[in-house]
Design a protein around this ligand. Sequence first.
Ligand code: HEM
Length: 508
Amino acid sequence: MALNLDLESYLTPIKLATAALVVSAIALTRRRDPYEDIPTVGSSNPIWSYIDGFRFLSAAPHQKEGIFRIPTPIGWIVVLAGTKHIDELRTKRGEELSASAAMRQVTSGDYTFGAEIFDKPYNVPLVRTKLTRYIGAFFDNTRDEVMLTCDELLPSETDSNWKAVSTHSVCQLITGRAANRSYITDPSIYRDPGYLRVMMSFAKSAIQGGTILRFFPDFVKPIIAPIVTNVPASINTATRYLSKTIESRMKNYEKYGSDYPEKEDDMLSWFIDLVDQEDRNLRHLIMCILHVNAAAINTTSMSMYAALNALASHPEYIEPLREEIQSVVADYGWSKVSMGRMQKLDSFLMEAMRFCPPTVLTSPRLAMVDYVFSNGIRLPKDALVAVPTIARHMDDEVFPNAKTFDGFRFCKPQSATDDRGDSVNRAGTSASSKLTTLSSDYLLFGLGEHACPGRFFAANLIKLTISHMLMTYDIKLDPTCPPSGRYVTADFQPSPKDVLLFRKKETV
Ligand code: HEM
């Protein structure tokens, strides 16, 4: 056998493979960048670009209109700025821009929150309809829980000694206990510190772990997920607390159906009634409770934290707010109706959260198809888009003197219609100025069909807590420890070291 021939026949495939590699490398470098229509924001340095991009979003709105992209270590985020584009995202259906697919991707949802939660999001209709309708019926219990938690954590003496209290812990505990009292009517569960700890930490760990998982290929994610998240541990702990209750309620359901004597009227029972037969099992119901807590606790407690810090930083609002609360409660008592009548409080909370929404980007959506915006800009399939909260909230054209804190900006008397043509209600307040009203200007609760369904529940709880605190305690900043929470990349991180000073208010 001639050596030459052998070499020839051996080299041919190598040559062919090399040629193929060179051709594909050239093709790759020449391939059209699918994002080429969309300008980039931030440094071109790959490490700083990520930080730069989010810094850009949490600072002043340099770019108020248009579409731009920011790099992250796990891909681009396309940001839609300005009314026209935000409205475009608001009206798009899930077949084009999907909220659920975006959350599933961003959180590596199949390995963190669980695929079942995305396949069948039972919590969305339950929160939107039943929980929201029950706010009035649950009001007295919710108030009782807020008051009890305050009694335990805040000072009981009306002396001159102010007590320093961790702002974030108070807000988390009040939210966790009050919300879970509506989910499971058993105080030995919803007041248990271990149960509350797992409900409060699940979302954070799932989201952080989900971000790490995005660096890995799909086939290793199931192996790595238990290492980088505490999801299995959270499920085990939640099972320890909930299994007896859930199993006994499922037994009752099997025996009597959805209507039986002394049935508990709470979120857990509603889940058992609502889910499909194949999902009526311990694990699925535990995931439902974990998930509804994940959506509710951090967002609500962070907004409460922003409101308390705003009160302590702007003490001139305390007396006018107390006067409003006193007068509304004198007319309507402590009730859901009275919470709706406190327009100054509503405005103050809106303003606090305008300055400090939980994230700099909201309403994430995943492009399910190649999508062309009305201005001709092309968004490739699988691109992640979102809208900027702070940039919008700090835009002087949207909110005059946007960088000035004006606690009553949303309840100022106006003419019959405001400058955006919105109708004006009897109190002379723009009908669009309510905390829970969705708009392309005020993005706290997101946009469109996937806007937060828990916003009425959250607004009621925050108003109830702040009005109770204002009527029961004096609150002020600790001059040695000013609020130091800040945005870390996209999310606001309250500082665990932050304290506010409280003392029991003297009754007149
Ligand atoms: C101040 C407190 C809260 C804030 C700031 C907040 C904010 C948000 C935002 C921005 C979204 C995404 C909207 C979008 O994609 O356009 C959302 C979704 C959601 N929120 Fe809230 N939220 C709060 C409280 C709650 C509470 C208390 C619950 C439940 C009791 C809840 C349940 C949900 C659910 C289930 C979704 C998903 C909706 C869907 O996919 O259709 N949220 N929330």
